[in-house]
Design a protein around this ligand. Sequence first.
Ligand SMILES: Nc1ncnc2c1ncn2[C@@H]1O[C@H](COP(=O)(O)OP(=O)(O)OP(=O)(O)O)[C@@H](O)[C@H]1O
Ligand SMILES: [Mg+2]
Length: 385
Amino acid sequence: MSDARVENGAESGRGTAAEAGPVAGSGAVLRPHTEDAFANELSALAAADDRPRPERWRLSPWAVATYLLGGTLADGTVITPKYVGPRRIVEVAVTTLATDRALLLLGVPGTAKTWVSEHLAAAVSGDSTLLVQGTAGTPEEAIRYGWNYAQLLAHGPSRDALVPSPVMRAMAEGMTARVEELTRIPADVQDTLITVLSEKTLPIPELGQEVQAVRGFNLIATANDRDRGVNELSSALRRRFNTVVLPLPATPDDEVDIVTRRVEQIGRSLDLPAAPDGMAEIRRVVTVFRELRDGLTADGRTKLKSPSGTLSTAEAISVVTNGLALATHFGDGVLRPADVAAGILGAVVRDPAADRVIWQEYLESVVRERDGWKDFHRACREVSA
Ligand SMILES: Nc1ncnc2c1ncn2[C@@H]1O[C@H](COP(=O)(O)OP(=O)(O)OP(=O)(O)O)[C@@H](O)[C@H]1O
Ligand SMILES: [Mg+2]
């Protein structure tokens, strides 16, 4: 089995990052990989985890689920929740990775598909970087392998000249591979994955060889509900996946919780102060987004038109983060209505004509009448003018 390993596998990935020198630059990275950002939690979990681990898993399925959902370990270590949502979803996702079926995370934009996939790969394999980003231009080589042309011309096809894809490396090393935005990849290229997922091999006809997946290999794909119809998944491929649908946050409280946590994390990495007094604004942003998304006010009394943009949790997070930056650099550090008004307008009004009408209607019929929303109404009118 070990013959099937790709000898130069590790060289094209993180292994060389430290030696890359000129490319790596100095200074702190803007966004550390998940497994580095949460290294403490992951090692505390590994130390506390006495349940059986599938081969080559860093943690047991129970510990992976705890890593995602949060909890407190026997030694008092607090594991922060990464995913806020139904426990069962996470349990099914983790369990799938321990079977011979791959995992497809499906959902509308901003439902944490990428976020969950990254954390799962980090917890299961300790490496979230074996990633293929799906686009309309993703070639087969991105999923299978490419060639180092200098080597190829000098010495002909050989294992040394072969440049393995992240999927090939994951197969050879028994790791978790990730494919982002699977349905954006052209259908014939998607189908490359069928052999990988059903036969668990990747043939290399040029060398008369193949790479066989070793235990521990699996694959997490994400796909956007809205992209349906761009490139449908073929039914042959779909059968190789267990599909887990990630829902929008069930309650306003859940969504406020998600936004607060993420804004805190992002704020820390941008050196913004914590916003103890920002809760009112966070709740307001979430309320506006949920009402416009649902086409109904929170009290269920007034029907609303929904604008064309996706008012996802992810968008709410970025509106609040921008607001916090405004408050920090140009205000008194407290998140106020004026700091989020422009961001909300930008998120809601994507189509300048139709969305603007919808927004004005909402502003005048809902926001204006609401107790305690006067300042916010004024701030919105100022930026909408
Ligand atoms: N239920 C949730 N629990 C925790 N975080 C969430 C949740 N929903 C959204 N988020 C946050 O929203 C942000 C965006 O998520 P992500 O980019 O993973 O969405 P996505 O589903 O991949 O969207 P897209 O379809 O646009 O790619 C992340 O920062 C994530 O933390
Ligand atoms: Mg995504």
